[in-house]
Ligand binder design. Structure first.
Ligand SMILES: O=c1[nH]cnc2c1ncn2[C@H]1C[C@H](O)[C@@H](CO)O1
Ligand SMILES: [Zn+2]
Length: 385
């Protein structure tokens, strides 16, 4: 990394301690490499490309670095392959909550596709119960280790499959029981969100919440359908909204109708910088549309997508953005408040998280320099005699 260090640049330690809010993270994309190895051994899964955790972690990052969403998604066969028993699901969810909490995440919505975890004989309900149990255990262990985190689940339906209504009903049944919303994921090109209109219409009738992976590997038509046909509350990625924004040579900016709608309606964008670099949606951190979208005050949020496949964490995503755009703790707070405002939990709880957790956390970090300066000023005053 090239560092454009300024007095306002948060240190790596401050980035980690800053309260962060995560809306887009896949459970099956965030396993510890050592856990993949353990679970494969326990279940007799024979297809792992490596059984050394370090080498396996590297393999995931490199294999996912393919420049195409389709090839990126192939790597999930190994994580999904070892997440087919109740014990495996509980463990993966528990470690997920612990890892996020240790990284300073205070609120997370973590998604997974229950339909992909039935090969060992579990039913859909059992999958959801196991993952919820793991999240609750992880929250408790994190609290014992001095971290506070709250984790909600999003149930994903795979967009190439035909179970979305069933999964939407599952999400609705588990509402207020650890599941806060619904999503569709998988290859985007050729699988428009309108294929799943019945699921979205059902959820709207139930006053439930959903996000849609859109505008990642496919552009504006996918975003337009997700919003105007399906009624998505948020956009998973949505990064290609940039295609509807023109920046003139003199720096003047013109928004098309769709980009204006997204900004005017405060549609949350679940942006995932590292993931986009791997699937070819952006060329570098410095060129990632998040820079422009933040300047134009879109409801932008920062997310990990798949911590294993990208070898990342929320702190690492922010460290890259600090490096690329010179972001300060105020920028980090802005992204975190945006994300908290866009969460699927009730309004009063979001407000309390913002006012009682996120803002005080940043205030604490921002005040640290005052005491450092007092110390060094008094030191120099003394030496000046
Ligand atoms: O970034 C993504 N785009 C589309 N689909 C994705 C992405 N990351 C993960 N998935 C898929 C693969 C997982 O098995 C599934 C459920 O988490 O969601
Ligand atoms: Zn995703």
């Amino acid at each position: 990394m090239t560092s454009q260090s300024t007095a306002n640049t948060p240190t790596p330690d401050q980035i980690r301690r800053a309260p962060k809010v995560l809306l887009h993270d896949h459970l099956d994309g965030g396993l510890r490499p050592a856990t993949v190895v353990d679970l494969a051994r326990a279940s007799g899964y024979p297809h792992l490309p490596d059984t050394d955790p370090d080498k396996l972690g590297l393999w995931f990052r490199e294999a996912a670095d393919s420049g195409s969403l389709e090839r990126y998604l192939e790597t999930f066969s190994h994580t999904v392959g070892v997440m087919q028993t109740r014990d495996a699901l509980v463990r993966v969810a528990r470690e997920c909550a612990e890892d996020l909490a240790a990284d300073g995440v205070v609120y997370a919505e973590v998604r997974y596709a229950p339909e992909q975890h039935l090969e060992g004989g579990l039913g859909l309900e059992e999958v959801v119960d196991a993952v919820n149990e793991g999240f609750r255990e992880g929250e408790r262990l994190a609290r014992e280790a001095g971290h506070r985190i709250r984790v909600g689940a999003l149930l994903t339906a795979m967009r190439h499959a035909a179970r979305s209504l069933e999964i939407a009903e599952l999400a609705n049944r588990h509402r207020d029981l650890g599941v806060v919303g619904f999503d569709i994921a998988g290859a985007e090109a050729g699988f428009p969100p309108t294929r799943h209109l019945d699921a979205f219409e059902y959820l709207k009738r139930e006053n439930n919440h959903f996000t849609i992976h859109a505008g990642e590997a496919f552009g504006l038509p996918s975003i337009w359908q997700a919003l105007q046909w399906c009624g998505a509350d948020r956009l998973g990625h949505g990064v290609r909204i940039i295609d509807d924004i023109e920046v003139a040579a003199d720096g003047g900016v013109t928004l098309g109708r769709l980009a204006s709608y997204v900004r005017d309606k405060r549609v949350p964008l679940e942006l995932c910088p590292s993931s986009n670099l791997q699937t070819g949606a952006a060329a570098s951190y410095a060129e990632h549309p998040i820079g422009l979208l933040r300047r134009l005050h879109f409801r932008a949020t920062v997310n990990t997508d798949n911590r294993l496949m990208s070898g990342t964490s929320m702190s690492r995503e922010f460290a890259h953005l600090v490096d690329a755009f010179g972001y300060t703790l105020d920028d980090m707070q802005w992204f975190s408040v945006n994300a908290m405002k866009s969460a699927f939990i009730p309004f009063d709880e979001r407000l309390a998280m913002i006012n009682d957790v996120v803002k005080p956390g940043y205030a604490e970090l921002k005040s640290e320099w005052l005491f450092q300066r007092t110390a060094s000023t008094s030191g120099s005053a003394e030496s000046a005699g």
